[in-house]
Ligand binder design. Sequence first.
Ligand SMILES: [Mg+2]
Length: 284
Amino acid sequence: MRGVSTKPSPGPNQERLKRVRHVVLDMDGTIYLGGRLFAETLPFLATLGELGISWDFLTNNNSKSRADYVESLGLMGIVLEAEQVVMSTDACVATLLGDFPEVRRIFVLGTSGMKKDIGDAGFEVVAEDECDAVVVGYDTSLNYHHLCRAAYWIGQGKPYLATHPDLVCPTEMETILPDCGAICALLESATGRKPDQVSGKPNPAILEAVMNRRGLTAGEVVMVGDRIYTDMLMAREAGVLGALTLTGEATREEVIDPASAPDLIINDLGELEALLRSTRSTPL
Ligand SMILES: [Mg+2]
């Protein structure tokens, strides 16, 4: 709850926090949980604006399109530009453009929203015709015929990319939501192939792309997320300050291993808000 915790101390990260010009935020478990926005989120974003700190959201979940996210976040009161939603699809597109320049026609095993984002990036999304590559995402519209077509082209040796490695999507509902990694495991059973590339968190390329686009150095960015093995691992590998929030998956008990400990552990975004404010109001 805001305002009742003891005053946080930035500790040894004070210098790094003082240099922060940009915040990259995971979404589920960080700004909201199960579609319910945390009370700290809007005040946190307002304070970033006040302090002149820019921000992006970064998610592996590409079951929705970028436009879908902009709309649903807007309904929660978050006003943002479309480019502030960074998705695993973007990292995969960057890999296609950089490492597979001959690829134009793509078979997408993904939702209509994901197909739209790949089409908007300049590729032709094909359904039945021969493709140059197969891209697999979090396909919540998974259909057996599409699965068979993806397996066939993978079996034919086409470049095969996965947008992210997540096996399941977190949910509070009484169900399990198999995610991109689980779909790829099925395809591996059927074809014997693993993806040639896996984009998205914890691959640091997605965070490095954000820094390149915005002209930022690693020392000017903080990555906030609720998963140690994706958000915090990616931050560490990109040389970016990692702030683990306890509002989602990770608990304080899980981070006793110093080898994988994040730079900062915060109870919620309100605590990071107070830390950022304190590093700007206190002379070092
Ligand atoms: Mg999360």
